[in-house]
Design a protein. Sequence first.
Length: 173
Amino acid sequence: MRNKFTLTLAVLAGLCSATAALAEKADQSKPIEINANSGTLDQLKGHTVWEGNVVVTQGTLRVNADRVVVTRDDKGNQTVQATGKVVTFRQKMDGKDEYIEGQASRLDYTGITNTAVLTGNARVKRGEDLVIGDVITYNTQSQTYQVKGGAATGPNKGRITVILQPQTTGQQP
């Protein structure tokens, strides 16, 4: 039973890592809570699935999805896939009274590469700055974004939108 609990905690930590670089450092020491309509854990395969109005919270982090799948290989590498009509996340930024929040049809996080990929009507808002595209890739270690537009026939004609607010004197990026 203890091994099952330890594996579950390790797998859950992968889900909460997707926004860790900008997040409240204190969140990492908070307990992880998952609410869903159902869940399964395959300890031998390192595969966990939560379905039905999934809500994951850890400190100020909150992730909402219809389905969350977390996979952990024998080396401990984790991948997280959150899907739904709209997948959302919100987390307080470290040392600021601001939040980073995002949404997409799908969120994939790969621990070994420290990348979170939001796909399908993706948008990320940090404070008052906003990035919109079909695919937003965020590296949590380097804190860099890559944004791609969708099909040229879509509502945005394949283009992305970025809105950056001017910085006031003494404000850090």
